[in-house]
Ligand binder design. Structure first.
Ligand code: ADP
Ligand code: 5GP
Length: 201
């Protein structure tokens, strides 16, 4: 019997390192894939359509919502972001674990439709380090960085809605912890009971 994949939602304040963790994770774990979101934000230098995001217009985004194409969607610091539903469901069906690297409003929408998902909140070792990482990335203006740090406070307030807290101090340690979470979740009793009943009872 082929197991369906598990859905992992990874959130946390901008600059904490979620993107780095998730991209590194899927490079070395071929049982897991990263969902590619749609956004109305402009591409950063080096980002590619269909690789980092699907860069679409506001009108295209609204049409996607009207057609029910998103599993969740949210506005973050003035831009819209959404998870394409069909691709995620197909990847889960094919047995892959799917990682959604999304902000908290979207994560809460996923939790309400898909409570069997695993919700992971990434935290930095300190607020100062969060700011250093956001500035060090050098991809946002000062004004946008301020907005993102302000927004981080609202995000931390929602961390209790998540199943796991992942401190991203050292990247290697963070990757090991994510791997441990994924392995433990596979072994979680309710995810195995159907197989046990069918096979042994
Ligand atoms: P997010 O996706 O959460 O917005 P990024 O993955 O873009 O954050 O990471 C923000 C910056 O922090 C990047 O420059 C990245 O290289 C750096 N970074 C990520 N993880 C760590 C870490 N453990 N220690 C130091 N810097 C890190
Ligand atoms: P960035 O502009 O830095 O790429 O992303 C900004 C925020 O949007 C990050 O917190 C990121 O996790 C989140 N994000 C990316 N894709 C999605 C998505 O599809 N849905 C939601 N709700 N948030 C997303």
């Amino acid at each position: 019997m082929k197991n369906k994949g598990l859905l992992f939602v990874v959130s946390g304040p901008s600059g904490v390192g979620k993107g780095t963790i998730c991209q590194e994770y899927v490079k070395t774990h071929d049982d897991s894939v990263l969902s590619i979101s749609a956004t109305t934000r402009a591409p950063r230098e080096g980002e590619k359509h269909g690789v980092n995001y699907y860069y679409i217009t506001n009108e295209e985004f609204e049409a996607g919502i009207a057609k029910g194409e998103f599993l969740e969607n949210a506005v973050f610091c003035g831009n819209r972001y959404g998870t394409p539903k069909k691709a995620v469901l197909e990847m889960l069906e094919s047995g892959k674990n799917v990682i959604l690297e999304i902000e908290v409003q979207g994560a809460m929408q996923v939790r309400s439709h898909y409570p069997e998902g695993v919700f992971v909140f990434v935290i930095p070792p300190s607020l100062k380090e969060l700011e250093n990482r956001l500035r060090g990335r050098n991809t946002e203006t000062d004004d946008v960085i301020k907005k993102r740090l302000e927004r981080a406070k609202q995000e931390f307030a929602l961390c209790e809605k998540y199943n796991y807290i992942l401190m991203n101090d050292n990247l290697g340690d963070a990757l090991s912890k994510l791997e441990a979470i994924m392995k433990a979740e596979r072994c979680y009793m309710p995810r195995n009971i159907e197989f046990i009943k069918k096979e042994f009872c």
